[in-house]
Design a protein around this ligand. Sequence first.
Ligand SMILES: *Cc1c(COP(=O)(O)O)cnc(C)c1O
Length: 371
Amino acid sequence: MYLCDLAPAHIRAIAPYQPGKPISELAREMGLAEGDIVKLASNENPLGISPKARAAIAECLDDLALYPDGNGYALKAAIAARLGVGLDAIVLGNGSNDVLELVARALLGPGTSAVYSEHAFAVYPLATQATGAVGISVPARAYGHDLAAMRDAIRDDTRVVFIANPNNPTGTLLGAEELHGFLASLPAQVAVVLDEAYGEFLDEDLRAPSVDWLAEFPNLILTRTFSKAYGLAGLRVGYALAHPEVADLLNRVRQPFNVNSLALAGAVAALGDSEFIAHSKAVNDAGMAQLLAGCARLGLKHIPSYGNFVCIDVGGDADAAMQVYQALLRKGVIVRPVANYGLPTFLRVSIGLPEQNARFLAVLAEVLEQA
Ligand SMILES: *Cc1c(COP(=O)(O)O)cnc(C)c1O
């Protein structure tokens, strides 16, 4: 179509993000009852939403005729108090995906480049490409970020480096010392986005003191989300922490009301529900052990993961993995193929409740037996 042909070439070249299949869609396609479907495909919190967040959201319903607080004061104040940062260091987003795009829009464009790792989160190349910047994908090392190679890949026109820690979909983790050394080695004109979407699932001793690093590195941008451990994926809310001047820049390209009222209220309450976060982590730790034991019984390899998901190598080739994925779907279990991440023989499985993990393992065993 002529109209589309006139769109910039870098836009036409974009391959859209492939989300996990929604339960309602599979129910329609296969004629299954929604209640019989297990979705372990989008790293969502299997416990659902924190009860405190639910109550806070319910209280907001009467005010939905009003625009939200475009400044997100209450949520910023809650984040600032919890993390010991200034309100001016915080940028709120419609999910942290929004914040990643704000970074790209503010710092990238034609004639610039961004560096990220092979097998890293798909939004980095997408956000980069949408601005007309060049994306530089650096080969992974043991499925994770090769920081030395990423450092070497930085060019004069590089403005952003994206790092997910832990990474999705591989679940790999970089140590604090290694990350700190990387930050210290970078030129001032290169921003580092350190995406900590899964930080809450880490044991205390594995967490990098990344908030402290903000004072040391004005080019550091941290991103966090309420979609994973906090259980608010459907509300869409996340945030960035950055030097106040960088935060100001990002806020210039932000939609005035990018975070809705329910999300703002739910996030404030969720942030204060440390019991729920601790429970989410405990359920995840136990579920991870359960899934890994099941994989071992089936003789399947996996990539050791620090997130709320794990990539399992189902063997064979890309075609075989896709067939396993399809067979799981027919039996009402949704996982995530990751061929588009350069991992063609793997399936990424989110950690669920014990009975969901057991159902996945039982169905996987059936499917592999029939293959
Ligand atoms: C899920 C995820 C996000 C955030 O998603 P939002 O729902 O947009 O906050 C960000 N980064 C990584 C690596 C993720 O896996």
